[in-house]
Design a protein around this ligand. Structure first.
Ligand code: ATP
Ligand code: MG
Length: 216
C-alpha cells in the first residue's frame, strides 16, 4: 500500500514486526493459512504478508504455473477475513523473476525500522543456500522455519533459525492440483472463498460439481 492511502496529516499505522511468507500459492491451502496465523501469534507479528511470487524461477519449466493474477486473486480470497494476514503483490508489481532479497529491500523501505521475518516451510528452508543473494536474506531478516510432515529436513548450517511449531498438515498445492484432475474432494483443504475463485475463473480445469460437497 502506498503512503498516499493515508489521509494528509495522518501517519501509516506503525507495523514493527512484519512476517514475509512467500510462495507460489498454486493454490493457497489450509497448510499455508495455519502456518501464517500460528507464526503470527507465536512471534507476536503485526502482520504476515502472503507474498505471491511472480515467476517462481525454481519451479519454472517443471510444470505449468497458474497466471500470477489468478494466484493473487486466490490468496486475496484466502486472507480476506483473516485478521493480520494480508496479500502481497510487490513481486507481481515488480515483474520478472521473484527474489526474496529484493522483496525484503522493498519492505524495508515501505516499513522503515521494522523487524522483518522471512517465514518458510522446512522444505524451502533446506534450499536456502540456492536462493539468489541468500546472504542478504539472512542479513535483512530473521529466518523462521516451520516443519512440514515427513522426514526431518537438514537446515543450512550457520544460519540462526527461529523454529515455530505449528500443526503439521499434510497438504500441498501439488496434491490439490492432482485432486482437481481426478475429482477427489477439496473440501476443508482450501477455504470456500478460494474455491469460489477457482470455479469462477475455471482454474485447474475445475468443474463446479467437483469443487465442493454441497455448493448448491
Ligand atoms: P507445491 O506443492 O506446488 O510446491 P506448496 O504446497 O509447497 O506447493 P508453496 O507455494 O510451494 O506451497 O509454498 C509456499 C511456502 O509455504 C513454502 O515455504 C512452503 O514450505 C510452505 N508450505 C506449504 N505447504 C505447507 C504446509 N502444509 N505446512 C507448512 N508450510 C507449508
Ligand atoms: Mg512448495
Amino acid at each position: 500500500m502506498s503512503s498516499s492511502a493515508h489521509p494528509p496529516g495522518t501517519q501509516r499505522p506503525a507495523a514493527q514486526r512484519i512476517g514475509l511468507f512467500g510462495g507460489t500459492f498454486d493454490p493457497p491451502h489450509v497448510g499455508h493459512l495455519v502456518t501464517a496465523v500460528n507464526v503470527r501469534h507465536a512471534l507476536d507479528l503485526d502482520v504476515v504478508i502472503l507474498m505471491v511470487n511472480n515467476v517462481p524461477w525454481q519451479k519454472e519449466g517443471s510444470r505449468q504455473i497458474t497466471p500470477a493474477a489468478d494466484r493473487l486473486a486466490m490468496v486475496a480470497a484466502a486472507v480476506d477475513d483473516v485478521a493480520q494476514l494480508v496479500t502481497g503483490r510487490t513481486e507481481i508489481d515488480h515483474g520478472g523473476h521473484s527474489f526474496t532479497a529484493d522483496t525484503l529491500q522493498t519492505l524495508a523501505q515501505e516499513y522503515p525500522g521494522a523487524e522483518l521475518f522471512t517465514i518458510v516451510g522446512d522444505d524451502a528452508a533446506a534450499g536456502l543456500h540456492t536462493w539468489t543473494r541468500y546472504d542478504e536474506v539472512v542479513q535483512q531478516s530473521r529466518l523462521v522455519v516451520v516443519d512440514r510432515p515427513g522426514d526431518p529436513v537438514d537446515l543450512p548450517d550457520g544460519v540462526d533459525w527461529i523454529r515455530v511449531e505449528v500443526p503439521r498438515l499434510e497438504v500441498s498445492s501439488t496434491d490439490l492440483r492432482a485432486r482437481f484432475v481426478d475429482g477427489r474432494p477439496l473440501d476443508y483443504l482450501v477455504t470456500e472463498p478460494v474455491l469460489d475463485v477457482i470455479v469462477q475463473r475455471g482454474l485447474y480445469g475445475a468443474r463446479p460439481d467437483l469443487a465442493g460437497a454441497d455448493r448448491s
